[in-house]
Design a protein around this ligand. Structure first.
Ligand code: NAD
Ligand code: LMR
Length: 352
């Protein structure tokens, strides 16, 4: 494992290929990012390092990638050094999961194979699933007992489920799959259609699976303090083009770029983490896929499902109850729930 330690402002920066442990005391967030040489990480790491997420709290970044990626990791570390971020206290990197997951407060599980053109995210289920068995088990052994885990690697809901089931000693509530990119896509599309600024669009929940069955909740969204349906006043668009554009946005980007979304995905992770570590404004919520155990909407238990969440700012969250469903939304929620139950059935044999 490599480590670069920047102790305060005075110490020289150094890059050692040795195993060193440095204890810097409390008041520091220890964050691991997997797939650290990948395209999402290339955007994500620098935004975390900049202090954008945790303000003036010190940060230790742990960068994990597969054996064979050491050169790439060294390059990323050099660039992190060259940013001279004042709050980035320490960087560890390498391919030793146990070392790199040790005592982490936040695990951003990005590393996995992306889908190519013509594939659905679910096609990655078996290949990528095994990654999350191993990572769940190691988190279970060595991470902070209150680690928050955000899974980005696809199919992220079921990968998060696999990680959660592989980590029986960690709170099930602490596992998330990222729906924030979907929320951001939906909000931006509503703003463009209404000809309003994005700041006028309320956050909206994207129910269910991060897949083509996801359900962006336009009926409970508002624009400039009025119902989105009133402002846009075009149900055919809201129930048709709006829904399918958000559901298929990932595929459209792959078609256009030849690669899956990266900067916007990293931005989704940043927004997700900020939402967990800042109090949610009164009367609003954010989208996250979390464990459905005991949920107030009657979704079957034991899956990772997109719900409206709010946080008191300490990294934990509650599911916001009582958002009404009309029959259009409810019908589609049943479809996305069924898909997640089917995905679960495909991977159940991997659970501990
Ligand atoms: P990428 O191919 O650029 O990078 C993937 C990284 O993961 C590489 O560094 C690779 O070495 C690493 N990796 C591969 N197998 C691994 C393993 N077993 N353990 C740890 N790391 C491993 O991909 P990317 O564009 O950064 O995307 C990463 C994942 O995120 C993909 O699964 C992609 O589909 C997903 N994604 C999710 C969302 C979302 O909204 N949830 C959005 C965009 C992309
Ligand atoms: C996205 O939504 O952009 C990602 O999940 C990548 C993909 O495969 O669609």
């Amino acid at each position: 494992m490599g480590i670069f330690v920047q102790m305060g402002r005075k110490a020289a920066k150094s890059l050692h290929q040795v195993e060193v442990f440095v204890t810097l005391g409390s008041g520091m967030k220890r964050v691991v990012v997997t797939g650290a040489t990948g395209q999402i990480a290339y955007s994500l790491l620098f935004r975390i390092g900049s202090g954008e997420v945790f303000g003036d709290e010190k940060i230790a970044l742990h960068l994990y990638d597969l054996p064979g990626m050491e050169k790439g990791l060294e390059g990323v570390v050099m660039e992190l050094q060259d940013c001279a971020y004042p709050f980035l206290e320490e960087v560890r990197y390498g391919s030793d999961l146990k070392e790199l997951f040790s005592e982490v407060d936040l695990a951003l599980l990005v590393g996995a194979k992306p889908r190519g053109p013509g594939m659905e995210r679910g096609d990655l289920l078996k290949d990528n699933g095994t990654i999350f068995v191993e990572q769940g088990r190691v988190l279970n052994q060595v991470a902070s007992r209150d680690v928050k885990v955000v899974v980005v690697g696809n199919p992220c809901n079921t990968n998060a489920l696999i990680a959660m089931e592989s980590a029986p000693n960690l709170p099930r509530k602490n596992f998330h799959a990222m729906m924030r990119l979907d929320q951001n896509r939906a909000m931006a599309l509503l703003a463009r259609k209404a000809g309003r600024s994005i700041g006028e669009v309320s956050p909206l929940v994207v129910w269910g699976n991060h897949s083509a069955t996801q359900v962006p909740d336009y009926p409970n969204a508002s624009i400039g303090g009025h119902s989105a349906t009133e402002i846009i006043n075009d149900l055919t668009w809201l129930q048709g083009e709006f829904l399918t554009t958000v559901q298929k946005r990932g595929a459209a980007i792959i078609q256009a770029r030849g690669k899956s979304s990266a900067a916007s995905a990293a931005n989704g992770v940043i927004d997700h983490v900020k939402s967990l570590y800042n109090p949610t404004p009164e009367g609003t919520w954010f989208s996250s896929a979390v464990c459905s155990d005991g949920n107030p909407y009657g979704i079957q238990e034991g899956i990772i499902f997109g719900f409206p969440c709010r946080s008191s700012g300490d990294g934990s969250y509650e599911i916001v109850p009582h958002l009404p469903w009309n029959s259009f939304i409810e019908e589609r929620i049943r479809v996305t729930e069924k898909e997640l139950l089917e995905e679960k059935e495909c991977v159940e044999e991997m659970f501990v």
